[in-house]
Design a binder for this molecule. Structure first.
Ligand code: SAM
Length: 309
């Protein structure tokens, strides 16, 4: 798909570029935040699975403002991939399933726990929905696991989920650690996508809980259909569609130029990928190294040379 068709297709992608955001889903959870005050008073925030960094960018702008409010504010971004530098954000290139990453986060906070942890982690999507949902759920539990090492009691956790058939299990697991769990679907997230966000407030682990990276919650129970669970065992999480009807609809196609009095200008991405997996292929193509050997003049191994009759 070409650049302009991508522009045309996703209104929130275009708006994020115009406003100078790397690419931003978190920005559109902010209508939810205005009522729930997730960000208010936060001094230490962790962005898990942060690359290329749009959530960190929002946190930095919201928590540090123009720089004056930045005293005491610390933001740590963690990802397996390297990220371009962002003002006011400390980056850790690491794995969220490792205890060493949790320890490094706490070191950056000088021994203090975080007030807020956010996670927009996503595995490389395979297209097999059950597999993708399962891996996403495992990644979320890994994020929850590391969160139990770094979050202060009373702190908040916001994470992306896929609302698949076992989502009830996820809600139940989160409810063990947080007194309030809500599922939020921002206007920027297409209706056709099973993506949504869990907003977990007031971290209150069970008494005597000792954070552990090999948390047994990560093991799935295959023989239970969690949607059939009833009574007190079934956790019903409120579902909230955030943003009002005046916001753009992410499932609609809008004209390229929203303001007809202005001329359309293509805006390049705010942050280009710094180490994309296709980098080597681009290099080979640019230097014409992808050219194939002309096989028509070389006889194939095992075949006898052809002669014109
Ligand atoms: N929140 C980011 C933003 O707004 O710019 C986008 C995050 S992207 C959808 C998902 C990220 O999860 C990828 O950059 C990937 O490297 C990261 N990720 C996946 N598994 C991870 C792991 N085990 N530890 C750290 N990062 C991981």
């Amino acid at each position: 798909m070409g650049r302009s068709s991508k522009d045309k297709r996703d209104i929130y992608y275009r708006l994020a570029k115009e406003e100078g955001w790397n690419l931003c889903a978190f920005l559109y959870i902010l209508p939810y935040d205005s009522s729930k005050r997730i960000i208010l008073g936060v001094c230490r925030a962790v962005d898990l699975c942060a690359a290329p960094g749009s959530w960190s960018q929002v946190l930095s702008r919201k928590l540090r403002g123009d720089g004056e409010r930045s005293v005491g504010v610390k933001i740590v971004a963690v990802d397996l991939q390297a990220m371009a530098p962002l003002p006011g954000v400390t980056q850790i290139q690491g794995d969220i399933t490792k205890i060493s990453t949790a320890q490094e986060i706490i070191r950056h906070f000088e021994g203090q726990p975080a007030d807020l942890v956010v996670c927009d982690g996503a595995p490389d999507v395979t297209g097999l929905h059950d597999v993708d949902e399962y891996i996403q759920a495992q990644l979320l539990l890994a994020a929850l696991n590391i969160t139990t090492h770094v979050l202060k009691p009373g702190g908040n956790f916001v994470a992306k989920i896929f609302r698949g058939k076992d989502v009830t299990l996820l809600y139940s697991q989160l409810k063990i650690f947080f007194s309030t769990v809500t599922c939020a679907k921002p206007r920027s997230s297409r209706n056709s996508s099973i993506e949504a966000f869990v907003v977990c407030q007031n971290y209150s682990p069970p008494e005597g809980y000792v954070p552990n990276m090999s948390n047994p919650l990560l093991d799935h129970c295959y023989d239970v259909d969690f949607n059939q669970v009833e009574g007190p065992n079934r956790v019903i999480v409120p579902f909230l569609a955030c943003g009002d009807l005046s916001a753009y609809d992410s499932d609609r196609t809008y004209p390229l130029q929203l303001d007809p009095s202005k001329e359309y200008h293509y805006l390049p991405p705010t942050q280009l990928p710094i180490q994309p997996p296709y980098q080597q292929a681009c290099h080979l193509r640019k230097h014409n190294l992808l050219a194939k050997e002309d096989v028509s003049s070389t006889p194939r191994e095992g075949s006898s040379p052809t002669h014109d009759l």
